[in-house]
Write a protein that binds this ligand. Structure first.
Ligand SMILES: Nc1nc2c(c(=O)[nH]1)N[C@H]1C(S)=C(S)[C@@H](COP(=O)(O)O)O[C@H]1N2
Ligand SMILES: [Mo]
Length: 232
């Protein structure tokens, strides 16, 4: 039987709290057995010989949402707002994003519940380049991400966002980000668990102090280092 998944929409808040209250259930299920079960369920994984599995790019993803419907992306109307403690508030259109210096990377994605996707190819904008236009003031210490999917939010300290492998991604595996993965843009910070990787980002507010995001209000750590947080 599959274990209850604290980040799955269908289980809802009450089950999540029960899981947190009941101890480190996600750790019990967070090992390789759980990962193996996930991968075995994936239709492509079943069809491929073992040594090819690692290069199937979207193997193992589980799509998470907190609202009943996913935001839909209209390139003509979409904007990304960068505001708060900045010298120049920005309202960037999708086409503006594509003109900013692009960065690419291949990295592994970890959900705190134990599933992992290896070799994800991302393209997007490093936060250094994104923030260069807005110019954070000297008081700015953190980025508060607001998702178009209410009420999902999360934050990164400025120094975390400026890490070499964090970015605002608009392409995954060579294609524009799919709707279910957060189109048109999501946070990617591979060294932190998936819940910091906010999908459908529509606003980045520069603040002096980060506040708890969606899962942090429910008990997960704000500093979500893979392997070094959430009792892991
Ligand atoms: N807006 C939004 N972003 C989100 C989530 C969510 O429910 N809503 N779930 C988070 C969690 S817990 C994980 S593991 C990843 C999953 O990414 P995926 O849905 O692209 O697989 O998205 C993160 N970002
Ligand atoms: Mo997650």
């Amino acid at each position: 039987m599959p274990p209850p998944d604290p980040t799955a929409r269908t289980y809802g808040r009450r089950t999540f709290l029960a899981v947190v209250a009941g101890g480190a259930s996600s750790l019990v299920w967070g090992g390789s057995a759980w990962r193996a079960a996930q991968h075995a369920l994936h239709p492509l994984a079943r069809a491929l010989p073992g040594n090819l599995r690692a290069i199937v790019p979207s193997e193992g993803w589980r799509i998470y949402t907190v609202a009943d419907t996913m935001p839909s992306f209209d390139p003509a109307r979409w904007t990304l707002t960068i505001d708060g403690l900045v010298e120049r508030r920005q309202s960037l259109r999708y086409e503006d994003l594509l003109t900013l210096p692009a960065a690419e990377q291949v990295s592994t994605f970890h959900c705190v519940t134990g599933w992992t996707v290896t070799q994800v190819h991302w393209r997007g904008i490093r936060f250094r380049d994104l923030l260069a236009v807005a110019r954070p003031t000297s008081q700015a210490r953190a980025l508060q991400f607001v998702s178009a999917e209410r009420p999902y939010t999360d934050s990164l300290e400025l120094k975390q966002a400026l890490r070499h492998d964090a970015l605002l991604a608009y392409e995954m595996d060579g294609k524009p980000l799919a709707r279910e993965h957060g189109s048109p843009a999501r946070v990617v910070i591979p060294e932190m668990y998936g819940y910091k990787n906010v999908k459908w980002v529509e606003r980045i507010e520069l603040v002096a102090h980060p506040s708890d995001g969606f899962w942090e209000k429910l008990g997960y750590d704000r500093d979500a280092w893979v392997g070094r947080s959430n009792r892991g």
